[in-house]
Design a protein around this ligand. Structure first.
Ligand SMILES: NC(=O)c1ccc[n+]([C@@H]2O[C@H](COP(=O)([O-])OP(=O)(O)OC[C@H]3O[C@@H](n4cnc5c(N)ncnc54)[C@H](O)[C@@H]3O)[C@@H](O)[C@H]2O)c1
Length: 291
């Protein structure tokens, strides 16, 4: 069937740091008319919100370079929501801001669809409150940007596991040996109270994948981690960072399968930065991200 007249989706971005600007790149790829479900959809970015003037400046500059001029900026998400300028909001602000921003979007009289960067929130309780609030708004779609699922090699691995080639998945092992956390605007990622901690900030991707591969929910977690090498000589407002830089985590799932994470964040230059192996009762698949 031929595509019909173009609809328009107007995006706003809340938080225009590293990831907000990555989303600008992604939206630039969609900015022409894309055909979705037999309808032409035109994508525009109509506004950015960020309290940090330098982030807004960099965001506007990038948007211009991408041929995606953004007509309006705001210093906070409330003005963005009240402006009525967008239909969908990408939340790419620091983790500790997600809860309030999400609740404000979900409770706003004008419906706005949401793509929120991982993690949804920094505590389980806040996540549950957001999920409950979102359930009351059948007119909006809320999605968490767990992007690892969509990386082509991982997507392929998910397909292989789902096809049953490995049989019943019994073990999922994920190793990440990488460089330390990058510097962020106002160094928010140096403290557990802002990020939710290393295992939330960095490893939510991996726990999400374990759940997908195991096709089950976790029932028991054992973990050991420490602050051994990174950020020990940094001080912000008189405080030394409190985030762990290495850990082993074992997760048991309700169907009897097990996951294991091996994280080291002082292993820059490792040949395989990330490795995933999924073992079923009749087969095994391994994936390595090499540099
Ligand atoms: N998908 C991934 O793999 C991935 C990778 C890195 C970061 N992230 C996530 O993306 C989010 C942003 O991380 P980042 O690396 O871009 O950080 P960043 O520090 O580079 O950018 C955050 C931006 O948000 C702004 N900000 C702070 N408070 C705000 C508020 N109340 N309202 C609006 N903007 C606000 C800051 O001024 C800054 O410009 C985090 O949730 C992080 O966990 C995801």
């Amino acid at each position: 069937m031929a595509a019909t007249a173009a609809a328009e989706v107007r995006y706003g971005i809340v938080g225009v740091g590293m990831m907000g600007r990555e989303h600008l790149h992604n939206l630039a790829h969609l900015a022409g008319e894309v055909e979705r479900a037999e309808q032409l959809v035109r994508v525009r970015v109509t506004c950015l919100a960020d309290p940090h003037p330098e982030s807004l400046r960099l965001g506007l500059r990038l948007a211009d370079e991408l041929g995606l001029p953004v007509p309006q900026t705001f210093s906070g998400h409330c003005e963005l929501l009240d402006s009525g300028l967008c239909d969908a909001v990408i939340v790419s602000s620091p983790n500790m801001t997600h809860y309030q921003i999400l609740m404000d979007i979900i409770s706003h009289p004008k419906p706005h669809h949401i793509l929120v960067e991982k993690p949804l929130c920094t505590t389980v309780q806040d996540c549950q409150k957001v999920v409950e609030a979102a359930k009351q708004r059948s007119d909006i779609l809320v999605q968490v940007g767990l992007e690892y699922r969509y990386m082509p090699p991982v997507a392929k691995l998910i397909d292989i596991v789902k096809s049953g080639t490995l049989g019943q998945v019994r073990m999922v092992a994920i190793r990440e040996h990488r460089f330390p956390f990058l510097v962020k605007v106002n160094n928010w990622n140096r403290f557990n109270c802002n990020s939710g901690g290393t295992l939330v900030e960095k490893c939510c991707h991996f726990f999400d994948l374990m759940r997908l591969f195991a096709a089950a929910n976790p029932v028991r977690v054992m973990a050991s981690g420490a602050i051994d090498v990174n950020h020990k000589d940094e001080i912000y407002d008189g405080k030394v960072p409190d985030i762990i830089d290495n850990a082993y985590v074992i997760v048991e799932f309700d169907n009897g399968s097990r996951g294991m994470l091996d994280l080291c964040m002082f292993a820059e230059g490792s040949r395989n930065e990330q490795e995933i192996s999924v073992v079923g009762d009749i087969g095994k698949v391994q994936l390595r991200r090499c540099f």
